[in-house]
Design a protein around this ligand. Structure first.
Ligand code: GDP
Ligand code: K
Ligand code: MG
Length: 272
């Protein structure tokens, strides 16, 4: 069997460093068709399995605002890799996990490579990885990509994911005030033969510019979706795209930040 693993993460989270470590820097570099965003893929040298690693452009979200985001999102949703390695900068974990909340909605087997652990330790910060993993519902492997630390374990755990299967992960919008609407739209999509319905339902609720073109909804389905969205906006009195962004941040600050323990910063040192 051969599999494709996509490396997804914020800019400067260490994607290229990890990519080089996994592939031995034998990458094929080109451009994505039609755009000037760099496309890199290479065979993983660290396993006898046949794994292609695709280094996606660095992104902060799956909303199509920049060419990078469009490329990354099209690759993830249309090409659907067999697994996602989501590289997260441990020293900036809250901000990085904003993207993670969106990646987990794609239903693709996902593992988190918690990078820059050396830097985290230097700062005296700590992350409770066991509980973080429980909360997110996907494996979290601490690594220091620049020193090749944790790479073997990361790869081992990635290979033991249910590669190539569609999964339902825990997600940040579960149990929120819009989860009923998400369910309604997901069910409508499922009944009409669509897959990947959680992600598509959320994008429709966000009134994403490209999603309707991609999905080509029938007029009646389109109407039903718009009605469900309008109803949710009416009930909550809020614009849904903003509400969804707020819910993601709230999920991170309420359910995840407690697993991050900041060490004493230099400025806090007191001498007696
Ligand atoms: P990308 O933008 O996601 O591709 O990130 P890069 O791989 O270019 O890395 C960004 C910066 O972080 C570079 O200066 C790397 O050398 C550095 N870096 C990557 N991984 C680590 C790590 O584990 N620890 C430390 N301290 N620096 C790292
Ligand atoms: K960079
Ligand atoms: Mg890079």
């Amino acid at each position: 069997m051969s599999y494709r693993f996509a490396l997804a993460g914020n800019p400067n989270s260490g994607k290229t460093t990890l990519f080089n470590s996994l592939t031995g820097n034998n990458a094929h570099v080109g451009n994505w068709p039609g755009v000037t965003v760099e496309r890199k893929e290479g065979k993983c040298k660290k396993t006898s399995e046949n794994i292609m690693i695709v280094d996606l452009p660095g992104i902060y979200s799956l909303s199509p605002y920049t060419p990078e985001e469009i490329v990354a999102r099209d690759f993830l949703t249309l090409d659907r890799p067999d697994a996602i390695i989501n590289i997260v900068d441990a020293t900036n974990i809250e901000r990085n996990l904003y993207l993670t909340t969106q990646l987990l909605e794609l239903g693709i087997p996902t593992i988190i490579a918690l990078n820059m652990m050396d830097e985290l330790e230097l700062r005296g910060d700590k992350i409770d990885i066991i509980n973080l993993e429980k909360q997110l519902g996907v494996p979290v492997v601490p690594i220091t990509a620049s020193k090749n630390q944790g790479i073997t374990e990361l790869l081992e755990k990635a290979l033991s994911l249910e590669l190539g299967h569609d999964l339902t992960h825990k997600n940040a919008l579960n149990n929120s005030k819009i989860c009923d609407t998400i369910q309604t739209i997901s069910d409508l999509l499922t009944a009409n033969g669509y897959s990947n319905t959680l992600y598509n339902a959320i994008k429709l609720m966000e009134k994403d510019e490209k999603i309707k073109d991609t999905l080509k909804l029938s007029p009646s389905l389109n109407l039903a979706v718009d009605k469900a969205v309008a109803q949710a906006e009416h009930q909550t009195g809020q614009e849904i795209e903003m509400m969804i962004a707020d819910l993601r941040y709230k999920y991170i600050t309420e359910s995840i930040s407690k697993f991050v323990q900041k060490g004493r910063k230099e400025g806090d040192l007191t001498f007696s």
